[in-house]
Design a protein around this ligand. Sequence first.
Ligand code: 3PG
Length: 292
Amino acid sequence: MRRRTPEAHCAVGWSAGGGGGNAAARTRREPIHGGSHSRVVRESGPAGGIPTATSDTRRRIHAPQTNKKEEQGMSIQQHQVRAAEMLTAAGILPVVTVHTLDQARAVSAALLEGGLPAIELTLRTPVAMDALAMLKRELPGVVVGAGTVLTVEQMQQSIDAGADFLVTPGTPTHMADALAAAPLPVVPGAASPTELLALYARGFRVCKLFPATAVGGLAMIKGLAGPVPDLKLCPTGGITEDSAAEYLEQKNVVCIGGSWMVPGNWIADGAWDKVRDAAAGAAKIVARVRGR
Ligand code: 3PG
């Protein structure tokens, strides 16, 4: 499978001094997804006065970085270990949906600034794949998982765009086949013990429980810890700031996913200060529960 080598250059390139604000519009070249051509795009800096994600920011926050070249030759077992490491380092995984590249850039920078370096970027909008590629190019300190991966084609496109890992909301057999052979860590989704055990039998040890609260929430997670203690979960769906800690405390939970720190109206309004503050609150929960 073809992968794009992530570029090493740094960070959100606007707003000298890191103050964000209403930076003047500028242009830059942006590769057109999946091809060698590029286009000039005109854009403005983030609204709401967020600090930009500088290399200083990245040094302060422990980001669960990936080594894509090394990962390509790994077995499913090794990829699953890597997935567990990445998600454990993240603790809380914001589930992010964006409609523009500017939103992708600004929300990721705000999350990083708040202390959440890993995101699940949903493939639910037309811009999502371009946003994924852009984030890996411009914000290498952000660990980007492609979420809502529904098809093998989306899986391949996400890999080509530079995704650090893949997440599915549910995993029909043909997707499990493809994910088992994928050259990067994956987190397949499931909603029941039978679905989880089918994934377990194929070698997956880190799965997304989705939609977590709707299918049993904490009771389901506690119930699974007995029969399959080495199956680790990333429950997502319906978890809030108030319930996050109790989910994270479960011994078979490596990470929790949620969108409470990135609701659609904050993203639409450019309320990056709110995103940053909610991310900081979430990062505090991780620090408290995990004793960091
Ligand atoms: C989703 O797929 O949107 C995620 O599960 C987020 O769920 P939440 O909005 O309930 O946190």
